[in-house]
Design a protein around this ligand. Structure first.
Ligand code: ADE
Ligand code: ZN
Length: 326
């Protein structure tokens, strides 16, 4: 029907996509073969069958296993390029990609291999697809702050290749405060700051992502509705939430899409965006997230226009570039 056609066709920005989470089972097997890596799954079907998650950790275990096939610069390029082709089909014109260097450097893959492969795809997307993309380096919060500081040191020769830092992986038990020093250093360098908070964790983690880390956007943030004072703050300061509806259902944050609080967050006046998180694992790319959420929550044309506008407002782009998008 017409709203679906509008959602598919409208230009949009994607601000919450883990590039390792765009690795489709078919590409995992192709890279495993290319690199002589043995997987604990016989074929694509049995790997896909393992994608039945009960919470964030049950997903992360499989997500890190999938990333083990990535070894060469070409592997990182090919993964990101496959994402950009999907992004083009969904009318994404601006994308900010999270990457998890520690997942790779801890396996002996050099930092430069990771970022140079990704950058090659980013630059190519600009030239060949007219998609403007940027990279955001995420620290793994289940690891130590010293490990994050070491990663920031490894990244220093590459500061022209990424625009910011984020915080992801296992949330509960790893509050933002654990990373106060490394985020202070990142801010001092001039990097932009985001953090996952309030996906499974409490509103207190959203407060500390803002107050301790200096986060300019909150990734997920759906637990904020448990704290009216926090909602007031997020509205007043126009702190965007990068919400990922299909992810939240797959990881059992909400029982189903009809129970998702995205419409409530919009009604409260928050700057909400829709994103795919880990599309290869959660059942769809950004347009699937839009279509399924609009159907389940009976959202209207004004929601669509507001979400697209929000995605550009929340983007880390110059005012000139944003003006060109709108
Ligand atoms: N890494 C990849 N996807 C993630 C998510 N949804 N939450 C935390 N860490 C992640
Ligand atoms: Zn995420």
């Amino acid at each position: 029907e017409s709203i679906a056609r509008f959602l598919r066709g409208m230009p949009k920005a994607e601000l919450h996509i883990h590039i390792e989470g765009s690795l489709e089972p078919e590409l995992i097997f192709r890279l495993a073969q290319r690199n002589g890596v043995t997987l604990p799954y016989a074929d694509v079907e049995s790997l896909r069958a393992a994608y039945a998650f009960t919470n964030l950790q049950s997903f992360l275990d499989i997500y890190y296993a999938g990333a083990s096939v990535l070894l060469t610069e070409d592997d990182f390029h090919d993964m990101a390029w496959a994402y950009f082709e999907r992004a083009k089909a969904d009318n994404i014109v601006h994308a900010e990609l999270f990457f998890d260097p520690q997942t790779h450097t801890d396996r002996g893959v050099p930092f430069a291999t990771v970022i140079d492969g990704l950058r090659r795809a980013v630059d190519r997307a600009g030239r060949e697809l007219d998609i403007h993309a940027e990279l955001i380096l995420c620290f793994l919060r289940h690891l130590s702050e010293d490990a994050a500081l070491a990663t920031l040191e490894q990244a220093r020769p590459h500061l022209n290749k990424f625009i910011g830092v984020g915080l992801d992986s296992s949330e509960v038990g790893h509050p933002p405060e654990k990373f106060a020093r490394v985020f202070a250093e990142a801010r001092a360098i001039g990097l932009r700051v985001v953090a996952h908070a309030g996906e499974e964790g409490p509103p207190a983690y959203i407060w500390s992502a803002l107050d301790v880390l200096g986060a300019e956007r909150i990734d997920h943030g759906v637990q904020a509705t448990k704290d009216p004072l926090l909602i007031e703050r997020l509205v007043r300061e126009r702190i965007p939430l990068t919400v990922c509806p299909l992810s939240n259902v797959k990881l059992c944050v909400f029982g189903d899409l009809a129970q998702h609080n995205l419409a409530e967050l919009m009604d409260l006046g928050l700057v909400v965006t829709i994103n795919s998180d880990d599309p290869a694992y959660f059942g769809g790319y950004i347009n699937q997230n839009f279509l399924d959420t609009f159907a389940a929550l009976n959202l209207r044309l004004w929601h669509a226009k507001q979400l697209a506008r929000n995605s550009f407002e929340a983007a880390f782009a110059t005012q000139e570039r944003k003006a060109a998008y709108n």
